[in-house]
Design a protein around this ligand. Sequence first.
Ligand SMILES: Cc1cc2nc3c(=O)[nH]c(=O)nc-3n(C[C@H](O)[C@H](O)[C@H](O)COP(=O)(O)OP(=O)(O)OC[C@H]3O[C@@H](n4cnc5c(N)ncnc54)[C@H](O)[C@@H]3O)c2cc1C
Length: 522
Amino acid sequence: MSYDFIIIGAGHNGLACAAYLAKAGAKVLVLERSMHVGGGCSTAEATLPGFKHNICSVVHTHIPTSPVYRDLELERHGVRYVYPEYLRGTIFPDHKSIVMYREPERMATELSKFSARDARTFTKLYEDYGEFIESTYLPLMYSPPLPPSLQSAELEKSEEGRTLLQWQASTPVQLLDELFESEEVKVHFLSRLTVLGFAPDQFGQGWICLFRILKAEAPICVGGSQQLALGLRSVVEAHGGVVQTDMEVKRILLRGNKAIGIELKDGTRAEAAKAVVTNVEPKKSFLRMVGEEFLPPSFATRVKNYHSHGRSLFVLHLALSEPPQYRAGAHNPPVNVAFSQEMFGGSVEEQVRAYQEIAMGRPPRKEMLQITLPTLFDRSQAPAGKHTAVVWQYAPYSVEPGGPEGWRNLREEYAAHLLDLWRSYAPNMSRDKILAVAIQDPTDTERHNDNLVNGVDVVGDMTPDQMGYFRPFAGWSSYRTPVEGLYMCGGYCHPGGGVHAGAGHNAAAAIVEDFKLKKWWD
Ligand SMILES: Cc1cc2nc3c(=O)[nH]c(=O)nc-3n(C[C@H](O)[C@H](O)[C@H](O)COP(=O)(O)OP(=O)(O)OC[C@H]3O[C@@H](n4cnc5c(N)ncnc54)[C@H](O)[C@@H]3O)c2cc1C
């Protein structure tokens, strides 16, 4: 059978792109290397039967409000989200805490426990920028990136815009120092600003970090994150597309400078009449599947320079007989039932130092912990009365001594250390309450999905040189490539890693335009 488009990889971006193209009437084939669709949206019984664990993504911040959810009618395809009432709780070593609320007034009241001035600053920020963030953030994500000159020209026009341009150039720590006075308030927001792996003292994260100060929705996919991928697959199939798992693409076939199909690991070939679209990160897609000799040298150099050196996550999947009760909950009960509990020490300096340790290959001994219990909000993810928890600690991929392999000697002790740290905040989490533990160090994450090179969750560092107009490479942020009929649609493209399907959506728009297909969505 021949297809119009072959999509390599059934991550949520590949599936979203395929769904848009299939709905446009194209014949689409999606080939996935692993046994399951979803990539970073995968759910598995990693500890005990009946306990569903999200191996990578847990929260899909933008999906339920995205054009993708609406356009593809994902709710009709079984994708539903629940919204925890309390968004996040930051717990400090003295067991004080800050709970994040979606209502700005409640958020300001919460901050006023630490500083009346910071509460006023937050309210002012919300008044000045809340509407701006609301109205620009999603449109910017679900369209190709603007050239920096255009973006700056818009911002230069107003006082607020000029302030944003200055913040654009600063570090997260500088921004927080400028805005807030309380150390606790800074610690709370700093952990939000670094969520995409951006180091606290790194320049240039940009005004986008305001989004993370002002907004903090935490929608959880009912049934586990993989339900999103299954829903997307269902859309593809409902429109005549074919999705095949256990199919590793080895080569992209070329005729001259045109991609004409693929070859699988077992030698089977499939033809794409119109184009091949790759969900797979740049080095594998271009250097391995296409071949450097078929690329313009300047492009090949850019591919080689694409980097994934940032921090990774050390993950524990837990099966629990009861949920944790935090000491902090005695003074601030919503902490216990917030989407996540985050323990990042008591000072900004500690977070800066932890990032420096990670850069030197030392897993931090101090807590950089985020704990989530999806079962507090979706009972379907564990047997009755029981819970699953995921523990994330920021960590390096390569450790000293031993490099990545060094984790083999370290992982058990490090896991035990983190559980002890956690217990100091949640004393009821004694060993008998933890029914089973599955350890996932950064090398396991990469083994699970080698699209996440070095276990970097956002498919290549989201640093200023690899964001927006520069993602994945300067001059190539339109989802097109120098190979005719070869397109990019993964999290290594704008708007980056994470689960929002922005790259899949935007790539589909570029492809539909190039092939003059019916653009059936807005
Ligand atoms: C521990 C962890 C926690 C995370 N938590 C969150 C979170 O809570 N929220 C959030 O938004 N994001 C989170 N992320 C990030 C998120 O999971 C990823 O950024 C996102 O899934 C990337 O989506 P993608 O479709 O671009 O790529 P992927 O999901 O990586 O999909 C790529 C697919 O291509 C397949 N593939 C690779 N090579 C081939 C080949 N040769 N042939 C065929 N198929 C191939 C892979 O098997 C994979 O299925 C987390 C990541 C990690 C590691």
